[in-house]
Structures are given as C-alpha cells and as structure tokens.
Design a binder for this molecule. Structure first.
Ligand code: DUC
Ligand code: ZN
Ligand code: ZN
Length: 473
C-alpha cells in the first residue's frame, strides 16, 4: 500500500511570499511533504516545471441567492462551483442573505439547503444582515459568529438591503465585540435614487444610464462615511468591489491615518469600462450592468496600481449570474428593462483567476506571489480559513492549480457556468488552469470537469487573521 496518495513532480511552487522548485506530496487530501524526488505514491502528476499555486478562494460570489420572481440567478451550487473549479477556484464564499423580517438563522438554514449535496468544492457563507433587530444584534449574530459564520456584509444601498448609519454602527459594534469581519458595499443610496429619478424624467432609461446614476462621487462619499463609521467604533472593515480612483484615495487616506481599512476589487474594474454599458441605447449594455459600475481606462490604471502596491487585500469575482436572454435574467419577464430594474451583476467566477494571471502576472504588472496573496492567501486570512485554505504548505488542504501558459481566445462556449454570455468574450488570454485539484482530487483536467457532485464540504470559519490578535504570543 503506497504511503502517499499523490505526488506532483517538478512543480514551480508559488506562495504569497516565495517561489521554489519542489515535489508536492498529498495524503488524505492534505499536503504532507514538500521536497525533492519524493516517491511512493499511488498516483504521480508531472507539473513539468509549470507554476503551481494554491487554489483560488473566491471570497465574494453570489450563487442561488433568492430573488423576487421572475428573476433567478443562473448558477446554483452545482453549476457555480463546477465553473469555479474549472477556473482554478477551490473554495467559494457566497452569501446567506437575510430578508427584512426574516431571522438570520432561517436565512442560514435556507442557504445550507441550497448548497447541501450540490457543491463540488469547499464552501462557507458570509451573512448579509439587512434587518439588525435587537435579537439579531444581541443573540443571533454573536451565536452565529461562535458557530463559524465570522463575516457579514452590510449594504449602504439597495432599498431591500440597505442599513442607515445608526444600524451600521450597531452591526459594526457586534463585529468589534466578537472579532468578526464586516464587509461594506459603499454607495450612497439617496444620491442614486435622486439621480435615477432625474434620468427617468428625461426619458434616459437605457442600460448605459445605470453608470450615470452611480457616478464615482456616490461611491467616494459612501466609502468616506464607511471609514468614519468604522473609526468611530474602532473596528476593521473591508470595503468590497472598489471601482476607481476616488474610493481608492479615501482608503489610502484611512491607511495613512492608521485605520484598519481593507479593500477588495474585482476583474470588472480592470477590464470593463462604462462604455461596455453602451455608447448608444442598445440593450446589449445590460450584460455589463453591475454596481458599482465599471469606470474608465484611467480608473483601471489606478486599480492596477492598487493591486501592485498593497492597497488591495483581496481580488474576488463578485460573480452575480443572470442570463441575458430568457425571462429570469437581464430581461426580467422577457422584456427589455428600464436600467433601474436590470438585475445587477455579471458572471466571472471561472474567469477571475486566468484574467489576473494573464494580464497581471504574464503581462508583468504583478508578481506571481502577489497573485497568490490576492486570490487565495489573503481572502483565506480575511475570513478565517487560513492556513487550511490559501496556503501551499505542509498541513494545508491540497487545493492546487497547475498553470498552462498558452495563448487563446476566450469564448463563453468554453465556460461551465449557466450564463449565456461572458463580458470578456473574444479576449486574448495567455494562461488558464491546466489542472485544478481540490483536497487532492483532480476536479479540472484542462479539458473537462472531473469532480464529484457533493464532494464540497461546508467550512466553519475561524476569526479573521489579517491582523495580529491582541494578546497573541
Ligand atoms: N453588485 C452587488 O452589490 N452585488 C451583486 C452584483 C453587483 O453588481
Ligand atoms: Zn455589493
Ligand atoms: Zn456582490
């Protein structure tokens, strides 16, 4: 009986800090040895000197999130995690969303049912707190944090989800007391509504006006306010899907003043611009309607700079999958919609890793180590999954990507999500995962999905470890 299940030979292993040549030995789904000339395994895979990174941790994606009918997310835990695996992601963190009037417990129970037996890779949940009642604040949230749901998202916009400043302070206080991570969607809801009404009155309802209703200013103001609220409570926050310069400036200011403000960005702010929402009134632009909206080339440069220089902690997809055709997605009810009613979000769970490896690492904008930090190690630390996830080290789960560096043209027909388009159709890429392993099992072999339905396990999260713990030795 071989002592090892698997040896990956001749890996050029990349961690958040180092690159080194080694063989990687796997037993019972975990990395048990990194060394030279390892042998005695049931199976061997020759990496042939290719880069091997930890599997991606996509810490911001939406799967099978309940929506008001007729709208429905195109991906559930089956298609969403299949797509993630084929794109090099081995852990996903979608959101258990609390509707107003619903208990958090019920939201969590419902979401477990949606995931149970369907996920192909490991998963956990963030909580979306939309109704912070006294019971939620004093009982439900603390109990759920203790049980391993250690992060939650707060919305400053969307009528059905938004919290006012007082409610945000209440939720942040719970995060502080129990050591949880609060993620904030920072856009000023009242400004958006005011602008939307003016656009409406002028008959400007095509998809491209979505970007006019959500200019950078509304994100800048809300980012500033979120920072001030976190300063008042004295708690770290993580600002999600930062889209451009003015929000980045606020975060740099906060950091310069010693505040623990972390930030996330996403592929759409590197590769899309407001023009993708339409230069005329074509409905095709609905494909790129997301919030905050993509900006312009100069803002894309600022985001690249922030990825390279450490401003950003996490790079996520914000995969929010809606079909373009049919009556459940961008044309809710089968009709072209006023931009106010277009479901917000774009697909990207499968393309996140390859876009950043191609245009970041291969194009020389970031190092391979920075890639690992942003896509895997930091998200695992931010949400209490490290070192089991996000590391290529002895004892970690054998979640790995072997990279193929080759040129090809991206087509939606190659992807495994259940969405009828990709915003990146026709893009020239220079890399894609040649193989993805989840806890030592090959789930993507470079051609086909090879995972097993239901093989993904729910992960209980610890507390975030991006910062040293007070009192830790
Ligand atoms: N914006 C969000 O806040 N969530 C889902 C997708 C989007 O565009
Ligand atoms: Zn959001
Ligand atoms: Zn989102």
């Amino acid at each position: 009986m071989p002592a090892l299940d698997l040896v990956i030979r001749n890996a050029r292993a990349v961690t958040a800090s180092d690159i080194f040549d080694c063989d990687i030995a796997v037993k019972n789904g975990r990395i048990v040895q990194l060394g030279q000339s390892l042998s005695g395994a049931e199976r061997e895979i020759d990496a042939a000197g290719r880069h091997v990174t930890p599997g991606g941790v996509d810490a911001h994606c939406h799967l099978d999130q309940p929506e008001p009918p007729p709208v429905r997310m195109a991906d559930d835990f089956d298609t969403g995690t299949r797509s993630a695996a084929c794109g090099g992601t081995t852990t996903v963190i979608p959101f258990a969303l609390q509707h107003k009037g619903q208990t958090l417990r019920d939201a969590v129970a419902d979401y477990h049912q949606r995931a149970e037996g369907k996920a192909h890779i490991d998963y956990t949940f963030h909580l979306i707190v939309s109704d912070p009642t006294p019971t939620v604040l004093s009982e439900e949230l603390p109990a759920l944090i203790r049980e391993g749901y250690t992060s939650f998202k707060i919305y400053m916009t969307y009528d059905s989800l938004r919290l006012d400043d007082g409610q945000i302070l209440d939720v942040l206080s719970v995060a502080r007391e129990h050591g949880a991570m609060a993620m904030i969607h920072a856009e000023n809801a009242d400004c958006i509504e005011w602008l939307t009404r003016r656009l409406e009155a002028a008959g400007r309802t095509a998809p491209r006006y979505h970007a006019h209703a959500r200019p950078m200013l509304v994100e800048r103001e809300a980012t500033h306010r979120a920072i001030a609220l976190s300063e008042l409570v004295d708690v770290p926050i993580l600002i999600v899907h930062v889209s451009g310069k003015e929000a980045v400036e606020q975060i740099r200011w906060a950091r310069a003043h010693g505040l623990n403000v972390f930030a996330e960005t996403c592929p759409q702010y590197l590769f899309l611009s407001a023009e993708d929402l339409g230069i005329d009134d074509s409905y095709q632009g609905a494909k790129c309607v997301c919030s905050p909206p993509p900006r312009d080339k100069s803002n894309q440069r600022v985001i690249w700079q922030g990825l390279a220089d450490g401003l950003f902690t996490v790079f996520s997809s914000d995969h929010a999958p809606y079909c373009f055709d049919g009556d459940e997605g961008k044309k809710a009810g089968g009709e072209e919609q006023h931009f106010r009613h277009i479901p917000n979000g774009i697909p990207g769970i499968e393309t996140r890793m390859a876009l950043l490896w191609s245009e970041g690492v291969m194009a020389g904008r970031i190092t391979p180590q920075k890639f690992v930090e942003l896509t895997s190690t930091n998200p695992a630390k931010a949400y209490g999954l490290h070192p089991r996830k996000g590391s290529l080290a002895v004892g970690a789960d054998a979640d790995l990507v072997i990279w193929d560096e080759r040129e090809f043209v991206l087509r939606n027909s190659q992807l495994h999500h259940n969405v009828d388009y990709t915003p990146y159709e026709g893009m020239h890429l220079t890399a894609w995962p040649g193989m993805t392993l989840a806890r030592g099992e090959v789930v993507w072999d470079g051609k086909d999905f090879t995972g097993r339905t239901g093989a993904g396990r729910f992960l209980q999260c610890g507390l975030p470890s991006l910062l040293p713990r007070v009192g830790a030795r």
